[in-house]
Write a protein that binds this ligand. Sequence first.
Ligand code: ADP
Ligand code: MG
Length: 285
Amino acid sequence: MARVIATINLKGGVGKTTTTAALGEFMAAEFGQRVLLVDLDPQTNLTTMMIGEERWKELNELDRTLAALFRGAIESDTASFDIEKALQYDVSPVRSVRGVDLLASSLDLIEIQEGLSHRQYADPGSHRPIEILTSAIEPIADRYDYILLDCPPNLGMLTLNGLRSADGYLIPTIPDILSTYGIPQLQKRIQEFANRTDHPLREIGLVITKYRSASNLHRSIIEQLQRDDRIADVVPAWVPEANQIAASAEFVPYGTLKRKYGNTGQFDALRILTETILMNAQVYL
Ligand SMILES: Nc1ncnc2c1ncn2[C@@H]1O[C@H](COP(=O)(O)OP(=O)(O)O)[C@@H](O)[C@H]1O
Ligand SMILES: [Mg+2]
């Protein structure tokens, strides 16, 4: 059975999507894992990073994104979503990466998310609106070693669907004052949700992103985070801030991961990050 990991932070722009994409690609190419990426964010960034905007538009017109799943659930029309058709195989734009599949997001999820909330308010005791994703991926989970869920920066119904499906979660953060503010509250909310739904959800760790080695502030914030006993673990492989990592968001063909992310520290940092998370996941999940 696949291990399911959600990437979550209530802040946008902290590297959630970039981390999810890189983890998926490195897990597959460097560690031989079969990976499914699930893009739960209506901003569709992970989707367009993996398949580009044109293919996303085609999928959206054919109704083969997660919008079809959640819309079908609201309208009680479960037949409308065919996961076999929605699954996109071998999606990474990196030629040397094999074995990363995708369930695409859609901009239409912005409205659909509201419909899901209405259903939840109408029947607050029901777990069904937060179990839509879990039910959908259950039949295919065996095909993968890891399922990575990229969540939107809120605790709305899409994120709750992600957390309900997840065995563990990662919190990517930039090591600065504003980005790290509120992390203990987020962890508390996630734990409360796990208790309420009677579903164990392990914190795999905090992932330091956009790290600037020349910044004293970054270093002292990381030290503070490491000392903070409310935080389970700061993953000891920090993703450097690098132009090439920012540029990796562009959907263009790349030969190798070194080409995509850069080989002046970035490739090694992402590889060690992935290796550490795989080890933690095997211990915790
Ligand atoms: N390590 C990094 N170095 C430089 N830029 C980065 C890095 N990680 C992410 N970015 C850029 O920062 C922006 C936000 O990253 P993204 O992964 O989309 O964050 P989130 O999903 O949390 O909103 C994007 O433009 C992305 O390309
Ligand atoms: Mg994102």
